[in-house]
Design a protein. Structure first.
Lengths: 270, 104
């Protein structure tokens, strides 16, 4: 009954594996593994999913939780990203682990205890954890650029709105300050840029060094008196971006129509 | 030694693919694709389309089979599905239901 199974080095299983007996994984498994016997994951073994068994001996890579009824043993070269729980947990020097580790029997996966305490029993794993920590910041770094891109996409639309307005607005603005419109055109891009900076800051505190430099540059243009004038435009743009333009020409037409309608009405009454 | 062995009592729900021999004594539901031989043992229950170089069936298989070399149904074996293979044998005592395409 307790027959052993093997997922060969050249085999990929996409799905769940469960049942009785022990299992040896030398290839790739993308799915949960749940067996009553032991699970051995070879150096070239790759598992993406939760692994449950009596004794888990890991030499390969696992991206998922490990739960054992007897023991979890991470051999040198093992790389585990996930929570580990079992009565006995062994992490050999040279093994990488990142996640919550619990050496208790098998209570509910309580997260009350900080993972840090359990995760730092051995020095090498800590260093490795630090090394792994590097990639995570990279993820954060990657996020900021993504956010600005979204904002950048908006600015181009905004400038267009501003550019479109000047032609209609010039008559009003020319009386006040002919030079002003030029400044406004240049500022619109700067204003959204400020928002870009503010947005990424709260989500990614580690990235300030990169974000900081752009701020001063952006602030310099702000001091100009025109700054207060720019925001009003921004307020108008979000509310009614392109609609105002088409509406402006019609107004003159409307009164004409109203006159005509009255005349028509009178005529009709007549 | 077979590259991959699915022991009796083990169940796989999903796809298996690879380039080595696969022996199944347990249960498989999904799809099986390899470039090498596939052996379905007497205790196996397979509900999957199978693609491989050759297939030997001693257990139960439900699904279409495509083999580049041959398909053999052993005595006691049971196969329900269409078969496409250059060579195909059915042993006395085996059961089979489906179409056969031997690329004549």
């Amino acid at each position: 009954m307790a027959e052993s199974s093997v997922i060969g080095a050249g085999t990929v299983v996409s799905g769940h594996i469960r049942g009785q007996g022990s299992l040896e994984i030398l290839g790739r498994v993308e799915g949960d593994v749940t067996v009553t016997g032991n699970v051995l994951i070879g150096p070239e073994g790759r598992v993406r999913g939760q692994v449950s068994g009596a004794e888990l001996r890991i030499s390969g890579h696992v991206q998922g939780d490990l739960r054992a009824t007897l023991a979890v043993l991470l051999e040198p070269g093992a790389r585990v990203a996930g929570d580990i729980s079992g009565p006995r947990v062994g992490i050999a020097p040279g093994a990488l682990a990142r996640g919550h580790v619990q050496t208790d029997a098998e209570p509910a996966p309580v997260a009350a205890r900080p993972a840090a305490a359990a995760a730092r029993p051995i020095t090498p794993p800590v260093r490795l954890a630090a090394a792994q920590a590097a990639p995570t910041p990279a993820k954060f770094e990657a996020k900021p650029p993504a956010a600005p891109l979204k904002f950048e996409a908006k600015p181009p639309a905004a400038p267009l709105k501003f550019e479109a307005k000047p032609p209609a607005a010039p008559p009003k603005l020319e009386a006040k300050a002919p030079a002003a419109p030029l400044k406004f055109e240049a500022k619109p891009p700067a204003v959204p840029a400020r928002f870009e900076i503010k947005a990424p800051l709260p989500p990614a505190p580690p990235s300030p060094p990169k974000v900081a430099p752009p701020k001063p540059e952006m602030r310099k243009p702000e001091p100009v008196r025109v700054a207060p004038v720019a925001p009003p435009q921004a307020e108008f743009t979000p509310v009614r971006p392109l609609k105002p333009e088409p509406r402006r020409p019609p107004p003159p037409v409307v009164p004409v129509i109203s006159k005509g309608t009255k005349a028509k009405k009178k005529k009709s009454h007549d | 030694m077979a590259g991959t062995v699915i022991g009796e009592g083990l169940t796989i729900e999903g796809d298996i693919s690879g380039d080595e021999e696969i022996v199944i004594h347990g249960n498989l539901r999904g799809r099986l694709t390899t470039t090498d031989a596939v052996t379905v043992g007497g205790t196996a229950v397979v509900g999957a389309d199978i693609t491989g170089a050759s297939l030997s069936v001693a257990g139960q298989v439900t699904g279409d089979v495509t083999a580049s070399e041959r398909v053999d149904i052993q005595a006691g074996g049971k196969l329900v599905g269409d078969i496409k293979a250059a060579r195909f044998t059915i042993a006395d005592g085996a059961s089979f239901k489906g179409n056969v395409d031997m690329e004549v």
